[in-house]
Design a protein around this ligand. Sequence first.
Ligand code: KG4
Ligand code: ZN
Length: 358
Amino acid sequence: MLCLGIETSCDETSLAIIRDGEIAAQSLRSQEDLHAIYGGVVPEIASREHLRALPGLLDQVLSRSGADLGEVDAVAVTRGPGLMGSLLVGMGLAKGLVQGNGAALVGVDHLQAHMIAPELSRKIAYPALGLLISGGHTRLYALASNTDMEILGRTLDDAVGEAFDKTAKLLNLPYPGGKYIDRIAGLAEPDTTLFPRPYVDNQNLDFSFSGLKTAVANYVRDHPELRLKEMEENPDAERIAAQSPQLARVCASFSWSVSQGLRIKLERALRRHPEAESLVVAGGVAANSMIRSTVEAVAREREVELILPEPELCTDNAAMVAYTGSVLHSKGWCHDLDLEAVPRGRAIPWDYLPTGTA
Ligand code: KG4
Ligand code: ZN
């Protein structure tokens, strides 16, 4: 069974081929450098770049896998959530390919793909609890299986990655700044009284980072000397932390507050779902060192198996889309050419058709 996956929901263009449940090849082009100039993803530029990159990446993934388009059984494409124009570019390619070779079309929920991609390297014990932390989303899921997931909580405003990136921007670190905050934070001790733990005085499983963001913004406004004088392309964490220990402390304290906010909601969710055998943590922010050690501690204390993928599998890639498509296809589900893209903020319908009817 050969499944070609297409990912174009944001600023990574990627194609991958899964052969019998394993990655045969992947090609990926990140647009990070293009958007960095603007301090965030510019949707129009993202769509144009996807269109430009896809043909070359398709050739590359086919030649790397040794597969022929004619052999592809299913084409899996991210249908959302994401930037509408970008999703449509991937969707256009997917529909063209299935019309050309008669493969099945499988629309994939990008967030489901993030959650179940760790299965590419190890088995997930279900029922599981899932925490998705990326630049666009922050969600808690109850996973009954790899195709049955219920949303338990979500962010009411910024995603965790957005909170990291906006804090980085306040300090004049380049976009996307999460990784720089992480590196600088590792060189200082957090001051646990500096910033509030975000949105923890309630009984729900939702997240909100606007209060924390305002607290950091106010602190930087009152201490303007913390802001780096010049934005550098690839800032050196060691030098910055040595020159400004207080800036490093701000990064560490912010990371601590975020980690504690996530810890409190995770522990609450695990208490409410004692049936969970494992905890899956995925998304770009799952690369963060303080968050990784926090979720490791939670899993140890609650005695659930922790599934925390390698950072390369945390960020956007087509292998996760191809894998999810191959799982859905093997369970007998697909879409027809009426498949529509779903923008960020709208629920993704469960509208699969039995294979063979599309
Ligand atoms: O999942 P992802 O690659 O893209 C989507 O948003 O779908 O996540 C990107 C986000 C960005 O906000 C980036 O700053 C953040 O993940 N990120 C990190 C780290 N590495 C990436 N945030 C904190 N610490 C990191 N080490
Ligand atoms: Zn993503």
